[in-house]
Design a protein around this ligand. Structure first.
Ligand SMILES: [Zn+2]
Length: 146
């Protein structure tokens, strides 16, 4: 499927392009779950898929995921192509108390530091740049696969 110039304009018309690191929020219709939607040649297309297509020249063969967690975002810098498994892992990690920004090594380090008993939750949260709730999740072992 190739977009006509008019369809491309219709797409570009429905969000405001901010800086390269900002979320470009879709202002058109959404699918009820926050994902932007545009009707093209009778097909409903995800706005972020169109963003991907215009950016890369290819329609995504897999899932297009958001690094920013904002389904309405159509900034291609916030999008990456992933497998179905990535999609599930991504969702799981996001449900795990917001610790997705920590690598496994960092979680281990955080856990080790907390077991030393030298740092408060608040200090640990500050050191690792996460919330206190996130620290608690990790120290209480709610984060699986450490
Ligand atoms: Zn974004």
């Amino acid at each position: 499927m190739i977009l006509s110039a008019r369809q491309e304009m219709a797409f570009l018309d429905k969000f405001i392009k901010l800086g390269p690191d900002d979320c470009w929020e879709w202002l058109g219709a959404d699918n009820g779950k926050g994902y932007g939607e545009l009707r093209i040649q009778g097909h409903k297309c995800y706005a972020h898929h169109i963003a991907w297509y215009l950016h890369t020249g290819d329609w995504p063969s897999l899932h297009v995921l958001h690094t920013c967690d904002n389904p309405a975002c159509v900034n291609p810098n916030h999008l990456f192509e992933g497998t179905n498994r990535d999609n599930i892992n991504d969702k799981l990690s996001k449900d795990r108390g917001g610790s997705r920004y920590l690598t496994i090594a960092q979680r281990r380090e955080l856990l080790a530091k907390s077991q030393l008993g030298l740092f408060s939750e608040r200090e640990l949260a500050k050191q690792f740049g996460v919330t206190r709730g996130c620290v608690r999740h990790i120290t209480l072992g709610k984060v699986v696969h450490i």
